[in-house]
Design a protein around this ligand. Structure first.
Ligand SMILES: [Zn+2]
Length: 410
């Protein structure tokens, strides 16, 4: 699947930008001639050419022949080169892992999904992933050295800047573990970025479907529990400690004193999450064990399951109505096993949000299903790695290192 969607990278051009890394962002955003780059940055043509030459040497930009003629000599078009390095996407869930190799546009070249219990701990989990990454790289006929970024999604709270897991409820052995060094042992030169799995899904969905039209978006994952990734001004909002978007543990009146897995009472997750809904249906005599069983039962037309999904959507809508008033997103994307392709749950969400949020906040609000489904997380992991590898700062730092090496060997 190609996750790159529409044209360019969706990045906003930076007027007055001067570094080679900044020029790369302009080329990725669709400015494709040296004269347009000069006009856009205010730099001299000769300076622009120096920057472009450096990007061509680094394999980040290629010349693609002649652009439209304006009377004189036709200008040579520039294009971002997607065929340089590749990135690894590693999306870990509680009981499974999806791995992929992606090119620099976010296109997934090869994928692997398998059962994996996250409880085996970080060392074995990373070894397990790297064994499979080596096989995937063999399938695309590239050496491990071609990997210049790794994006890792984990099913627990992550301190984003340090790539460190903090107090994860379902990840024994991972608490306080910094994940990047575990990957650096195999890939010393790769940038390694780690984030919560819901943030990765939010970014994947945003990149794939919404980045050309929307700046502010919420992605709600409703599986066993409930989580939320916040896209604010086109990027993930992590909050001060990386804990932003913990929607599942917001208290609602309709949860009464239902006991939540977090130890508190009244959390929306304790009544509307897949764990709570399947438990309630089991108590009524249904043979269901998780969110997927509930959806399967609803698809079979069981009135109890259909009603349970609608109610779950309404309860989730209670919290989201407040979030809409507070954050004013353009889009709410609902994903996760309990929302999987079924209209009842999302109808319940819409019913409550449109009734309870302010008219201005809901005037242009869309509430939609996830389009990427199970691929959202792995696409988000790839995008996170690509944006780190291709950021202006990262490109300028690589350029400075290679110039130093050229100077030393000259
Ligand atoms: Zn809770």
């Amino acid at each position: 699947m190609n996750a790159s969607g529409g044209t360019g990278s969706g990045l906003t051009p930076v007027p007055g930008a001067t570094s080679a890394g900044a020029v790369l962002q302009l080329v990725r955003s669709g400015i494709t001639t040296r004269s347009d780059l000069a006009r856009h940055t205010g730099m001299a043509r000769s300076t622009v050419s120096q920057r472009v030459d450096a990007l061509i040497r680094m394999g980040l930009v290629v010349e693609t022949g002649d652009g439209p003629s304006t009377g004189g000599r036709p200008p040579t078009r520039l294009a971002f080169n997607p065929d340089g390095g590749v990135v690894v996407a590693a999306d870990f869930g509680a009981t499974h892992c999806r791995l992929a190799i992606a090119d620099r546009t976010g296109k997934l070249l090869v994928e692997h999904a398998d059962e994996l219990d996250i409880g085996i701990g970080p060392d074995i989990a990373v070894e397990w992933a790297m064994e499979r990454v080596e096989k995937l790289m063999a399938r695309v006929a590239r050496p491990l050295a071609a990997i210049d970024g790794v994006g890792v999604g984990l099913p627990g709270p992550v301190e984003y800047a340090a790539g460190r897991v903090v107090n994860p409820p379902i990840m024994p052995g991972w608490d306080r573990v910094a994940v990047p060094p575990l990957f650096h042992a195999h890939l010393p030169n790769a940038a390694v970025l780690v984030d919560n799995d819901v943030n990765m899904m939010a970014l994947g969905e945003y990149w794939h479907s919404w980045r050309d039209t929307v700046d502010d978006m919420l992605f709600v994952k409703i599986g066993t529990g409930i989580g939320c990734g916040i896209i604010a001004r086109r990027g993930i909002l992590h909050g001060a400690q990386g804990a932003a978007g913990d929607l599942g543990h917001v208290q609602i009146p309709d949860a009464l004193d239902a006991l939540c897995t977090c130890g508190n009472r009244g959390c929306v997750e304790a009544v509307a999450g897949g764990g709570a809904v399947s438990a309630a249906l089991r108590a009524e005599g249904h043979d269901v064990h998780d969110a997927r069983d509930v959806v399967a039962l609803a698809r079979a037309g069981d009135p109890g399951a259909l009603n349970a999904l609608r109610t779950s959507g309404r309860l989730l809508g209670e919290v989201l109505a407040g979030a809409v008033n507070f954050f004013n997103p353009s889009v709410i994307v609902v994903g996760g096993d309990l929302a999987d392709g079924h209209e009842q749950l999302i109808a319940g969400v819409r019913e409550f949000v449109y009734r309870r949020s302010t008219a201005l906040a809901t005037r242009n609000l869309h509430i939609v299903h996830s389009r990427l489904g199970a691929d959202a997380g792995v696409v988000g992991c790839a995008v996170t790695a690509i944006e780190a590898v291709l950021s202006a700062d990262a490109v300028d730092a690589r350029l400075a290192r290679s110039e130093a090496t050229r100077g030393a060997t000259a």
